[in-house]
Design a protein around this ligand. Structure first.
Ligand SMILES: [Zn+2]
Length: 78
């Protein structure tokens, strides 16, 4: 993702996609994280999309969690 940093400079912010397991309900969910813009950081919670419990928080990245699609689950079993 390209965005302006705190100095007004356009740069690439790190993003990642991964499948993580909830500590609370042990279900897998898809987690997309985006590095927060320095100067505009706020603490974001890593909320499980199934049980709505938090699996941690971060002031460095923002969490975009969602449930896995049936297709993604099927691909994982192979
Ligand atoms: Zn959960």
């Amino acid at each position: 993702m390209m965005a302006y940093d705190e100095n007004g400079v356009l740069r690439e912010f790190e993003e990642s996609d991964e499948v993580v397991i909830c500590r609370h309900c042990k279900r897998m969910y898809h987690q997309h994280t985006v590095e927060q813009v320095p100067g505009f950081r706020e603490v974001d919670n890593d909320i499980c999309p199934y049980c709505k419990e938090s699996n941690g928080r971060s002031g460095n990245v923002e969490f975009f969690n969602r449930v896995l699609t049936q297709e993604e689950l099927d691909n994982m079993k192979k």
